[in-house]
Write a protein that binds this ligand. Structure first.
Ligand code: ZN
Length: 349
C-alpha cells in the first residue's frame, strides 16, 4: 500500500487524529523495541487493520471493524499486545468491560506468554479519550512484559538473534512511515537520530553488539543502572557514541534500566522538565522502580506540581546519594532537540 492509501484508510477508521496517534504510537513503541534486538520484524497491513510480527509470531495487532447503528456509524477496535512472563493474568487489574489477558501457545517463545487485548466499540457512550488514557496507563504497566516477549520472539530457542521475520514478504514500510508522520509530535524526539548519528549508524553498532555477544567476546550490559543506581533491575546498553571503531563502555556506553533509558533519557527532548524532575528524584537516592510505589509516586507528582508553580518542595531522601550533583555524566546531556542531528553534539574521534 502507498502512503496515501494508508492515510485514507486511517482517516476512515479513526477520524480523530489523537486516536490514530494512540494506536500508531503503540505500533512504533513495539517496533522500536524490536529494532533494538534484531532486524527480524515486519509490519503488515491487513484488510481490517495492521500487525507487527517479530520472528515467527505476532507481537502486536490492531483491527477495526465498521459497525452501524440506527443513528450513527462507528468502529469496533481491538488492540492486541503480546506479553511474556509468569502469571500475567494475575498481575494486573483489568477492566473486564474492555480488557482481557489470555494465555497463548507459540512454540517459538519458550516462556509463559499472553495476549493482552483491549476491545471497544466507538459507539460506546463513554468518551474514547478517557478510556484511551486509562488503557495507555495500563499498557505502560505492561512495558517490561511486552519487551520480554519481543526479546524472546527476536531470538531462537538457543538464544541466537533471528535474521528475518517469517512475514517479511508482506512488510509494509509505508505503514511505519505514516505512523512516524502522524505521531511526529511524540516521535520528534528520535526520528532515529541521536548525537548526530543516523538510525543506520546506530543500528549498525547494535547489530555488531549482538554479533559480539553471540560470539561471547562482549558481555551484555550488567547492573546497577548507571542513571538511577538501582542494583536489582534488568539493564540494557545505552550508547552515547556510535563512531568507528566502536567503544563498548566508558563515556560511550552506559548500562541503564528500561525506565531510565526509554521513558526518561530518550524522552528528555520532548519533556525536558520531566527529565529535570526525574534527576531530582535520582539525586534524593531514588530508583526509577521506586516510582511504582504509590506513596512515592504521589510525592513525586506533588514535587512536580510545586516546581511548575515555582514553590519550594523538598523530596524526602530515600538513600544516600554519593555522586557530585551536577558532575554526573547524565547531567551534561543536552535537552535541545537540534542536538539529535548535530554531529557536533558528540566529538568524533
Ligand atoms: Zn535506572
Amino acid at each position: 500500500m502507498t502512503l496515501t492509501e494508508i492515510q485514507i484508510y486511517f482517516r476512515h477508521v479513526l477520524p480523530a487524529k489523537d486516536d490514530q496517534i494512540f494506536f500508531l504510537s503503540q505500533l512504533l513503541e513495539s517496533v522500536s523495541i524490536a529494532r533494538e534486538y534484531s532486524g527480524a520484524w515486519s509490519t503488515t497491513m491487513l484488510k481490517n487493520g495492521f500487525r507487527l510480527n517479530v520472528g515467527q509470531v505476532e507481537a502486536l495487532s490492531c483491527t477495526f471493524q465498521k459497525v452501524e447503528s440506527a443513528r450513527k456509524s462507528g468502529c469496533q477496535i481491538e488492540l492486541r499486545i503480546l506479553l511474556a512472563g509468569d502469571d500475567c493474568d494475575l498481575a494486573f487489574n483489568l477492566n473486564p468491560e474492555f480488557e482481557s489477558i489470555v494465555a497463548m501457545n507459540y512454540a517459538s517463545i519458550g516462556q509463559a506468554h499472553w495476549c493482552y487485548s483491549f476491545m471497544l466499540g466507538t459507539l460506546h457512550s463513554m468518551n474514547l479519550e478517557d478510556i484511551l488514557d486509562d488503557v495507555g496507563e495500563q499498557i505502560k504497566r505492561l512495558a517490561g512484559l511486552r519487551r520480554r516477549y519481543i526479546d524472546r520472539a527476536s531470538h531462537t530457542s538457543i538464544g541466537k538473534v533471528r535474521n528475518k521475520s517469517n512475514f517479511a514478504a508482506t512488510h509494509c514500510p509505508a505503514l511505519i512511515e505514516y505512523a512516524e508522520l502522524i505521531c511526529k509530535v511524540e516521535n520528534e524526539s528520535t526520528g532515529g537520530w541521536y548525537n548526530g548519528y543516523s538510525w543506520k549508524e546506530r543500528e549498525a553498532k547494535l547489530k555488531e553488539a549482538h554479533r559480539l555477544q553471540e560470539m561471547g567476546v562482549l558481555q551484555p550490559a550488567s547492573g546497577p543502572c548507571q542513571l538511577c543506581g538501582d542494583p536489582n533491575v534488568e539493564v540494557k546498553s545505552h550508547d552515547e557514541d556510535y563512531s568507528l571503531p566502536y567503544l563498548w563502555g566508558g563515556t560511550a556506553e552506559y548500562a541503564l534500566c528500561l525506565h531510565c533509558h526509554i521513558h526518561k533519557l530518550h524522552r528528555r527532548f520532548t519533556n525536558p522538565q520531566l527529565w529535570l524532575d526525574f534527576l531530582a528524584h535520582v539525586r534524593r537516592g531514588g530508583y526509577a522502580s521506586d516510582l511504582k510505589d504509590k506513596e512515592i509516586s504521589k510525592e513525586f507528582s506533588q514535587y512536580r506540581k510545586a516546581v511548575a508553580s515555582g514553590s519550594a518542595f523538598t523530596l524526602v531522601s530515600l538513600r544516600p546519594y554519593t555522586q557530585e550533583i551536577g558532575q554526573e555524566w547524565f547531567s551534561k546531556l543536552s535537552t535541545d532537540p537540534s542536538s539529535l542531528r548535530d554531529t557536533n553534539a558528540r566529538p568524533r574521534p
